[in-house]
Design a protein around this ligand. Structure first.
Ligand code: ARG
Length: 465
């Protein structure tokens, strides 16, 4: 059993069961790079203010870098008796560089250390998620650009409502992913705050320079209150909230892909590489990828709930409960990033069955609103027009005819003002292209939206700050 930093005060050795129970290295070893980066900056700062010598800092930094390489190559042994990644690295440093290692933890506590590591990790991952969302938006815009001439039914209540362009439907997801990206960019401002130097909770008596540490690590801000610095987990909550909302969007898209790939809809064919078969029914091709994405949304919401619940009853400042914050964060990062990547790769390979989409716009009284709007143009009040068309629809249903299949005489039975020009207005093309209001489905509006989205994407900087 290894010695513990707190052995001086303790009469008994830690129970093995307790060592296993309190250890977190299985999870937080993922932070080793961030831990080393933070420790290197801490050493440099300590040397700059004269708490340790430049020579000592040099030895510590060299030792830390070597440990980083060893962990990278799997040449590092982990043990429950050393609890977490922070203690593992410090213990190894002592072995490697000797007594000077005992100075590394001057003016620092694991409380501010773990807060720093987690922020460095969250910052890196948030930037990566932002880049992925930007890539996905481009995929969606390109797909929409290829389908500005494809008609499909638009739905409300999952009942056929009015025809739209497939491009318009797809661009709705562009909007969602744009908001998701903005949410992560906003969260990033509060992730990008440097907590080190708060020490255990109250700050430190050493003449440290926290702004210098922040500069070395590229942070925009320094946490202003030491107690908040070690106990704030809002930044993870914000990441998980943004991740949950992004997963809602991916899940809604997935749900549509699942529906559209059924024989009942038959709107799309999923690429074979992104589908699976059945072990018993040879004819099947299952949409497991979007199904799993829909399912994984639930695990991300669960991670958000876990962390909200974890933090809600905690008195200031650090409490060990907080050690449980990392598993949900890591799991959600992995889930979200995998879902973003797979969606971006799958979407361009989906085959849209334009004929089926188009056919689906030809039945279901899509043009009822247009007939009513026409009557309004002829001076009929909208409510009255609505009622007349309702009667015409009921008649059509009874006789197995769509509105545009009724004769002028039949239509006139319901509204005497109808003229022969009505038939031109009841075509799918007209229904779509007359919806020219800003943000509507008319081709000119959708093309403008696509052009605007492309301009925006081109104008965005590659690496978000
Ligand atoms: N492994 C711990 C965590 O993740 C590090 C901080 C431990 N601090 C303490 N006072 N025991 O929260």
């Amino acid at each position: 059993m290894t010695e513990k930093p707190w052995d001086g005060r303790f009469a008994e050795k830690t129970d093995r069961l307790v060592e296993a129970f309190t250890s977190s290295h299985q999870v937080d070893r993922r932070l080793y790079r961030h831990d080393i980066e933070g420790s290197v900056a801490h050493c440099r700062m300590l040397a700059k203010v004269g708490v340790i010598s430049e020579g000592e800092a040099g030895d510590l930094v060299t030792g830390l870098m070597r440990i980083g390489r060893d962990i990278e190559r799997g040449r590092f042994e982990f043990s429950d008796s050393l609890e977490d990644i922070h203690m593992h690295i410090e213990a190894r440093l002592l072995q490697d560089v000797g007594k000077v290692a005992q100075k590394l933890h001057t003016a620092r506590s694991r409380n501010d250390q773990v807060a720093l590591d987690t922020r460095l990790f969250a910052r890196e991952e948030t930037r990566a998620v932002i880049a992925q969302l930007r890539g996905l938006r481009r995929v969606v815009v390109d797909l929409a650009g290829a389908h500005t001439g494809t008609f499909m039914p638009g739905y409300t209540h999952l009942q056929r409502a009015q025809p739209v362009l497939l491009a318009h439907h797809l661009m709705a997801y562009y909007e969602m992913f744009t908001r998701d990206q903005a949410r992560f960019a906003d969260a990033l401002q509060r992730i990008d705050v440097m907590p080190l130097g708060a020490a255990a909770l109250a700050g430190t008596t050493y003449p440290i320079d926290r702004h210098y540490t922040a500069e070395l690590l590229g942070f925009s801000e320094v946490a202003a209150n030491s107690m908040d610095a070690v106990s704030d987990r809002d930044f993870i909550l914000e990441f998980l909230s943004a991740a949950s909302i992004a997963m809602v969007h991916l899940s809604r898209l997935s749900e549509e892909l699942v529906l559209w790939s059924t024989a009942e809809f038959g709107f799309i064919e999923l690429p074979d590489a992104f589908a699976t078969g059945s072990s018993i029914m040879p004819q099947k091709k299952n949409p497991d990828v979007p199904e799993l994405m829909r399912g994984k949304a639930g695990t991300v919401f669960g991670d958000l709930m876990a962390l909200l619940t974890l933090v809600k009853g905690l008195p200031l400042a650090y409490n060990r409960d907080m050690q449980e914050d990392k598993a949900p964060l890591f799991r959600s990062v992995d889930t979200l990033r995998a879902c973003l990547e797979i969606t971006a790769r799958m979407l361009p390979r989906i085959r849209f069955r334009d004929d089926r989409l188009r056919q689906a716009t030809e039945h279901g009284f899509f043009n009822a609103t247009d007939l009513a709007d026409y009557l309004v143009g002829q001076g009929v009040p909208f409510r009255k027009a609505h009622a007349c068309v309702g009667q015409a629809v009921a008649y059509g249903l009874e006789h197995g005819k769509e509105l545009h299949e009724l004769s002028l005489e039949e239509l006139r039975n319901f509204a005497s003002v109808v003229g022969p020009e009505i038939f031109e207005l009841l075509t799918v093309e007209q229904m779509i292209n007359r919806r020219r209001s800003y943000g509507g489905t008319a081709a000119e509006q959708v093309e403008a939206a696509i052009a605007e989205a492309r301009r925006r994407l081109d104008g965005e900087t590659e690496v978000p700050k």
